[in-house]
Design a protein around this ligand. Structure first.
Ligand code: SF4
Length: 456
């Protein structure tokens, strides 16, 4: 197998990454852009980059992902991509008629130094942008950060271009949803609805990347936050940024430009993070948590207390994106497990600061901005009971015979992640069910005949 020869001996590395726990910035920018209604992402670079970013998203969401490209050739690589982009903008509006084109850069166009803002102005001067249509952009050089950084940059681009003070929001609360599944965005909207809160959730990929099969193709599905709603975000009552890495830069920008006060929260995975999310909603809106949500919490607590014996002190290794890892690790600690190894591929001190707080009572815990090679080495030195992360973890799981729970991005070999939410109390119940199934299936598999139990 691919990773069978991972050595136990850990050597200090500073300039070499092996099996990165991340992908490149434009993947995130493209995903965020799809959360705007009638938006066509545009990759300013070569065709190969665009093809890779589209296929990464299509493989995870099992949906066609539409995006256009500036199709750089040798000439544009030397002289810059201005003429390609100006021509592309005209062609895209003529052929596909989106409401918004969301341009992101690639390594190549960043290295050349193309000024996208200036090129968009030129396209406008040349009449390539029809009235009532928009072109926004984000710089997404892939040699820094990760797909999460690209996502954050595109969401920040949304609040740089759209909000208007004169577009009254009626006291709505902005919810910057962070990198979550379409089902999670739908669940966030359901929670707001149940609390009687008017919220503007963005980006919102529900009904974009989880659309029903109707037999009719729609280039622009019905979902996504509309431009009119994005314009209103500048006069909202407040902003909740879910996930410091993916959402906080946009919330800060909105606050700086329009004085919309913001609060950074963890994504509401697990019980405590969901509590904090609902507390913040109550504080800003003055609305109470309805009995229906309190009951969901009660059922989650009941499930934890019923099954605690299967979870207690079980060692877990996790890898993925920091906005998910922080609340998920906290949840694992809350249910009695021991998250001993946590690795993210996205740089940022905030991850390690939070992990130090969450894992302070687990002396053997290791957490780091690093790669999956390092995670595998830690596991080889002292095994875990459960591995959690994206599809790439299946190699470690197979080589070291560890139960594996798929979570995060990308998941290329299973389905369900985009249809079933993980946020909120009900999301935590599903998460808990999947953890328990992984552990109990393994217990059944390994049980000797005399202790193979019908009732567990
Ligand atoms: S890392 Fe750079 S060159 Fe490679 S696919 Fe991403 S944007 Fe393109």
């Amino acid at each position: 197998m691919l990773l069978r020869h991972t050595p136990k001996e850990i050597k200090e590395r500073s300039a070499l990454t092996v099996n990165p726990a991340k992908t490149c910035q434009p993947v995130g920018a493209m995903y965020a852009a799809l959360g705007i209604h009638r938006c066509l992402p545009h990759s300013h670079g070569s065709q190969g980059c665009c093809a890779y970013h589209r296929s990464a998203l299509t493989r995870h969401y099992k949906e066609p992902v539409m995006a256009t490209t500036s199709s750089f050739t040798e000439g544009s690589s030397v002289f810059g991509g201005q003429s390609n982009l100006v021509e592309a903008i005209g062609n895209i509006f003529t052929l596909y008629n989106p409401d918004v084109i969301a341009v992101h850069t690639t390594c190549l166009s960043e290295t050349i130094g193309d000024d996208i803002g200036q090129i968009i102005s030129k396209a406008r001067e040349e009449g390539k942008i029809p009235a009532g249509k928009y072109v926004i952009h984000a710089n997404t050089p892939s040699y820094i950060g990760s797909h999460v950084t690209g996502f954050a940059n595109m969401v920040k681009g949304m609040v740089r271009y759209f909000p208007e003070k004169k577009a009254a929001s009626g006291g709505a609360i902005n919810i910057i949803a962070g990198w979550c599944e379409p089902a999670d965005a739908r669940e966030l909207k359901r929670i707001l609805f149940d609390m009687g809160i008017e919220g503007i959730v963005f980006p919102d990929t529900s009904d974009v990347l989880d659309t029903p099969l109707t037999g009719r193709y729609a280039m622009f599905p019905k979902g996504g936050v509309t431009v009119d709603r994005l314009k209103m975000t500048g006069s909202s009552a407040g902003t909740l940024a879910l996930g410091a890495f993916a959402s906080l830069p946009a919330a800060e920008e909105l606050d700086a430009r329009f004085k919309v006060r913001h609060e950074a929260l963890d994504m509401p995975y697990g019980i405590k993070a969901t509590d904090r999310f609902l507390d913040a909603l109550m504080r800003i809106s003055g609305k109470m948590v309805p009995v229906s949500l309190a009951d969901e919490r009660g059922r989650l607590v009941d499930m934890i207390s019923d099954m605690e014996q299967y979870l207690y002190k079980r060692r877990v290794a996790l890898f993925g994106d920091p906005d998910q890892l922080i609340p998920v690790t906290e949840f694992l600690v809350d249910i009695g497990m021991r998250p001993v190894y946590v690795v993210t591929g996205t740089p940022g001190n905030y991850f390690e600061e939070r992990m130090a707080g969450i894992l302070g009572d687990i002396p053997e815990a290791k957490f780091k901005h690093g790669d999956m090679f390092l995670l595998h080495q830690w596991i080889k030195n002292e095994k875990v009971d459960l591995l959690m992360g994206n599809t790439y973890g299946k190699y470690i799981s197979r080589d070291d015979d560890i139960p594996f729970l798929r979570f995060g991005f990308p998941i290329l070999d299973r389905t369900g992640h985009s249809y079933f939410h993980s946020v909120g109390y009900t999301g935590a119940m599903r998460f808990l069910e999947r953890i328990l199934n992984s552990l109990m299936d393994r217990q059944d598999r390994d049980a000797p005949e005399e202790s193979f139990e019908l009732v567990m």
